[in-house]
Design a protein around this ligand. Sequence first.
Ligand SMILES: [Zn+2]
Length: 454
Amino acid sequence: MGHEGHDDDDAYKHHSTYKLPSNTFFCFHSLFPTPAATQHHELAYDLHHRAHPDPHPQSHHHHHRPPRPPPPFLIDTFTHKTHNALGFWHGALEGLPLTHGPNSIRLSPTDPDQYYHTQLSAATCFNLNPHIHTNQHLHIHLSGSPHFTISLTQNNPSCNASLHPFPETWDSLDASRYAHNNHIYIPLSHFHINSSRTLSIAFGGFYTPESVTLFRVEIVDAAAVPKAFPVPPRLDNGNVALRCSRPGAFAFGIDDGQPGLAQEVMRILEEEGIMVTFFVVGMGLRDAETNFSAVYREMLRRGHQVALHSDTHRKLEGLGSTAEIDREIVENIKSFQQILGIETRYFRPPYGTIGARTRQRLAYYIKDPQIINWSVDIEDWLWAGTKTPEKQREAFIRDVKLGGNLAVMHFLSPTTVSYFREIIQFVKSMNATIMRIDQCLEDPNSPPLKISVP
Ligand SMILES: [Zn+2]
């Protein structure tokens, strides 16, 4: 179930010409195979390891020669349509158009949210540490465009595909920085995630319509990297969070709104005694007709967090030039300084669209940016304007019960706002403590939690 292409998105746009509803975020959960569906892949995984009991054989016989590098850890040669060389699932998300070759796959992207994944484990967790500690490299043999993102995904703490979020986070590197003569070599240490819980390698964040053909994905010893291959230094690129780290915490990240509903939202927050995070677009803040400058100044005065959401709400990763990405970031930051008098390192990408370039540019302007997506989706973008608006409440409760604790919602529709109090009370009934996103991520610079004693 891709989130793209819903007509409701268009209906939403009439609410506001400058702020579009967030959310075409890829639905990993339903598209990754469930553990039940991958049982035969787990079997293949076992077989693979029996066939290769020692991944790092030592040479004992040729003392006069330097030891041979260990054989590559082969991940994918694109020989089978549904599984890779490890026997695990590989495939496209968000409708990425594919052409299968005999030993290759051609990706013909139309959107930066489209990704092709090749899994390192059967939807559980793969420990990459032995490969990292020996300075091994990810090697990709490809042809065509290098204008995309390579991500390494990290599973959730229970390594459970049926819990939210799945995956928990990922790191993203810019393929074009590492590509040279149809090859890419990336030191595994360039991926900053919890490498004991890796899940998949993913190709996405395409920002041109050029196709790319992949032939081989493997992990190789540093000695196998051709001499003088230009491996660039790693660039900072921030942290992507989909869940609160603080035990028992729950956070609302509220994106775009209708000025006319802001007072009602403020009243509910006040009466329920909770603090939330608002992600605010620069252009809306500057628009005098909306009164948003006064609304968000008041939200700040009351102790809520106000964070960045780009300047004009486009899919930043899909923009053709870094200059355009920069403008979206810089103008948002400037509007915050000039209108609200604040600085923040928290950012939510419009539509949840994120890739290597956006991450790098954020980290260029903001020290250690915190890029916030979500693990609870009220699906207002899908249901708010329909005959079944109560599906918003159902979607919210479903995601919380699956372990999600960081929500995305908007105040674009009266129906969404009408369920707001009820979902807050539902979260409280689950014994969770509602707080700002910086607080739920245990940011040392966040304001102290106000513990209310009943
Ligand atoms: Zn948005």
